[in-house]
Design a protein around this ligand. Structure first.
Ligand SMILES: [Zn+2]
Length: 194
């Protein structure tokens, strides 16, 4: 076979999630605001080609019923928001949801989706999860490619973010690579004042 006819190996590249400054701040400030209860909100943005998901905006849903252990979305409110967004003629689309898992310390499962979380995700939807617990010592923001977690300190809290994509129905959501240049910049910014 001639060289230029070599078959391409088309491997499925897990999409990378790009978190804008707005989206990052929306997600982490919501988690801090309602600690030690869970926050819940909607993610907006767009899918760029095959391998990128760009989250431009994270808007907290104010009508969510919060307890320390679970957050129950107001389904009617969720649908109202969806309909309102559908009527917007913008490139931004609803991509999925974000919520938080608060605790007094980092527990092993805190940055993993619960069974109920997995069940509530529709096919193609993404979920950004923030594990949050009171800060004992300050940590600069950093990303671990191995665990696909973005973690660092904000105010009196430590936070650990993960992103998930619901693929085929019945399968567990897949962990996405998270790319957030702002969080890195945030480390550099706070280095000036700490
Ligand atoms: Zn959860």
């Amino acid at each position: 076979m001639p060289k230029n006819r070599a078959p391409l190996t088309l491997e499925a590249i897990p999409p990378r999630l790009y978190l804008s400054e707005n989206a990052f701040l929306g997600v982490v400030l919501s988690a801090v605001e309602v600690f030690n209860k869970e926050c819940l909100g909607i993610l907006m943005g767009y899918r760029s080609g095959g391998s990128g998901i760009v989250v431009q905006r994270a808007v907290a849903l104010q009508s969510a019923a919060r307890t320390p252990r679970e957050v129950r979305p107001n389904q009617a409110a969720r649908e109202r928001v969806h309909r309102a967004l559908d009527s917007l003629t913008t490139l931004e689309q609803p991509l999925g949801w974000f919520h938080s898992h608060p605790a007094q310390k980092l527990e092993p499962a805190l940055h993993r989706l619960s069974d109920a979380d997995c069940a509530s995700l529709d096919q193609g939807e993404i979920e950004v999860l923030t594990a949050i617990w009171p800060r004992r010592r300050s940590r600069p923001w950093s990303y671990s490619p191995r665990t696909r977690t973005l973690s660092g300190s904000l105010g009196d809290y430590n936070l650990k973010l993960t992103a998930w994509l619901q693929g085929a129905p019945g399968r567990r959501p897949a962990a996405l690579e998270v790319y957030c240049p702002f969080a890195r910049g945030y480390e550099e910014l706070t280095a000036w004042v700490s």
